[in-house]
Design a protein around this ligand. Structure first.
Ligand code: THU
Length: 171
């Protein structure tokens, strides 16, 4: 991600933020370890508790100690009390292995209503939560996301997905 400063207007400055993604057209284009991680994310979708949205999300994390941590979205009749798959997974990771680093994250989402062909990115709240762990571990997390079928997008870091993020340096 870069910041381009344009200052040629006499009274106005602006900057443009660029984010770059790698696109894989299908699962078998992924590196072997990521393909396996994505298959874990797809498989764990079945454990989503999504009676309200019928939208099932799976997340799989690869840690630097070799462990794989899984999460699926867990909904609640009081809607905001539910939690996304990504945060279920990263909080589980932090709870079980507080000193391990998250190296890669794979996300897959599918609706019971229709087929999601587009890559489904993590929501804003999940991005903020994942950002916290990148700062904590002082290393990037590679994030791969897809729908039910179709292309997979890869971001080299969460920072790419959340420009101008709020972090501990502002406190
Ligand atoms: N959801 C996730 O699990 N991850 C996201 O990043 C987006 C949304 C879940 C929350 C809710 O259970 C359902 O998908 C519909 O929003």
């Amino acid at each position: 991600m870069d910041f381009l400063i344009y200052s040629n207007h006499p009274r106005m400055k602006e900057f443009i933020i660029k984010s770059a993604f790698t696109v894989f057209d299908q699962l078998d284009e992924l590196p072997t370890d990521v393909m396996s991680l994505m298959k874990d994310a797809v498989a764990i979708r079945k454990n989503a508790y999504a009676p309200y949205s019928k939208f099932r999300v799976g997340a799989a994390l690869l840690l630097d100690n070799g462990k794989i941590i899984l999460g699926s979205n867990q909904e609640n009749a009081a809607y905001p009390s539910g939690l996304c798959a990504e945060r279920v997974a990263i909080f589980q990771s932090g709870a079980l292995y507080p000193n391990a680093k998250i190296v890669k994250m794979a996300i897959s989402a599918a609706s019971d209503h229709n087929t999601t062909n587009a890559p489904i990115p993590p929501c804003g709240a999940c991005r903020q939560s994942i950002a916290e762990y990148e700062f904590k571990q002082e290393s990037n997390i590679e994030i791969f996301f897809m729908g039910e079928t179709g292309a997979i997008f890869k971001s080299d870091s969460l920072k790419n997905l959340l420009p101008l993020m709020f972090d501990k340096n502002f406190l």
